[in-house]
Design a protein. Sequence first.
Length: 188
Amino acid sequence: MTGGALGAGTGATTATLKGGLGSASTVLENGVTIGALVAVNAVGSVTIGETPHFWAAPFEIGGEFGGLGLPHPLPSDASSVMTKMRAAARGNTTIAVIATDAKLDKGAAKRLAIAAHDGFARAIWPAHTPVDGDLVFALSTGGNETPLDLEGVIDLNAAAAATMARAIARGVFAAKTVEHDILPSWKG
């Protein structure tokens, strides 16, 4: 896996760990593909309390970000709000793109971006704070002619959130410690 502290992920951090650049993709049962690319520089934490378990664990595929699952029981500090100290406006942003080969009009692409934002909330606690510049761009290549009925649209949007959550965890998981880092990487 590539990513981590490369390109847009350079210098990125979360509340407790080094951030980074992450990606993930999903192929739906109907053959539609969805992919996410994200630079994770969030005020909140991507891990549960003081554990190494990712908030995005329920969406993990094949141990792609450590395979730890959710802690059992949940630690007493799971709902504690951990943020970067002295977080300042414009100093933090998790910025992403969600892309699909499904044919989408402008309204459906907007709905896809909104759904992908749910992935932020499934992978970062807290998310969408007043000092985060969270943003998701959506795009469609239109290369897949599979018609999307209501159920297909629901599946696509659910996959957008899950794929984005996975990409966020993968970005942090892939970051490696280098000299002069202000925070440790997930792998230590």
